[in-house]
Design a protein around this ligand. Structure first.
Ligand code: TPP
Length: 316
């Protein structure tokens, strides 16, 4: 389907700012990581920013987002303050999980991030639980289960989709499908087509996960259906992971099909903003510079924060 190439200026700028925040923070983490200042493994999402940002533009602080191991992008898109993320990576007590979580266990209750799971597939039932809680309480928040393509192999995936569909729960399932489980291609780990299988259970939509306008549009439709009581929706977003599965290096899988010029979600959005005269080149550069300043400040905050003490283990 042909995607719209226009967007409201406030939406366009928000999407650009958040994607730049995720991209530039990730690039900075990649540069710092080999110096051993971070007390945690990191799974970066460079190239995948459009999925996080396009979905989270439609979420409120009340909506509960459950993540897996590749957390930084969706957490920042949902509203986790960058200084609290950086401090967590640096293992400092001012981190969002008081340094007891690390990159894969980010918590920010104020912004609807109750927790994440390093167990592949572990986030899926948690989003369903939040959807069930919302329904039972007569509340209007949505549970969001966020996972990669490999998580669809887990038994809990099928149980969760089945239960959410039967109970018509307010749940959005987001499959950020980068085509790999670590270095294993999808053809070697899934004997099924993910959206076809999900479609057996519920309304299923697919959006190009390198195109933030496509994700933004489909996620908007999905959440409108969910919020109006129409039951759960599965959003499948094929995308590209530019980095190795874990750590600071670029992905070197032969035949991974990545073209950083063609596939860059930020370049794609900037082109639309320029072509539609919503922004000028100077303004785009201002966004980039302002994000660099935010990153500098976040790192200074992390570096100047204390490490946790053993006594803090008992009070958090
Ligand atoms: C149950 C379980 N099995 C294996 C692992 C090791 N592991 C960590 S990440 C990963 C790949 C996950 O791929 P996917 O779910 O597609 O997410 P992506 O890393 O591509 O974002 C694996 C196998 C794990 N953490 N949990």
């Amino acid at each position: 389907m042909e995607r719209p190439r226009t967007i409201r200026r406030d939406d366009g700028l928000w999407l650009l700012q958040r994607m730049r925040l995720i991209r530039q923070a990730s690039e900075r983490i990649a540069r710092l990581y080999p110096t051993d200042v971070m007390e945690t493994p990191v799974h970066l999402c460079i190239g995948q920013e459009a999925v996080a940002v396009g979905v989270c533009r439609h979420l409120t602080d009340a909506d509960k987002l459950f993540l897996g191991h590749r957390t930084h992008g969706p957490a920042l898109a949902k509203g986790l303050p960058l200084p609290k993320l950086m401090a967590e990576l640096y293992g400092r007590s001012t981190g969002c999980s008081h340094a007891f979580g690390g990159s894969m266990h980010l918590i920010d209750l104020e912004h609807g991030l109750p927790g994440s799971s390093a167990i592949v597939g572990g986030s899926i039932a948690l989003g369903v639980g939040a959807g069930l809680a919302s329904k039972l309480a007569g509340a209007d928040f949505v549970g969001v289960s966020w996972f990669g393509d490999a998580a669809t192999n887990a038994g809990v995936f099928h149980e969760s989709l089945n239960f959410a569909a039967l109970q018509r729960l307010p749940v959005l399932f987001v499959c950020e499908d980068n085509g790999y489980s670590n270095v294993m291609p999808k053809s070697a780990h899934a004997a099924f087509d993910i959206p076809s299988l999900a479609d057996e259970y519920m309304t299923t939509m697919t959006a190009d996960g390198t195109d933030v306008l496509a994700v933004h549009e489909q996620a908007g439709e999905a959440l409108a259906q969910i919020r109006s009581g129409g039951g759960p929706v599965f959003l499948h977003c094929p995308t590209k992971r530019w980095m190795k599965h874990q750590g600071h290096e670029r992905c070197d899988i032969v035949g991974n099909g990545i073209d950083e010029q063609r596939d860059c979600p930020i370049r794609k959005l900037e082109r639309v903003l320029l072509d539609t005269h919503l922004c000028g080149a100077g303004e785009l550069e201002q966004v980039r510079l302002s994000v660099e300043q935010q990153i500098d400040a976040a790192i200074a905050f992390a570096e100047s924060s204390p490490f946790p003490t053993p006594a803090q283990l008992e009070v958090v």
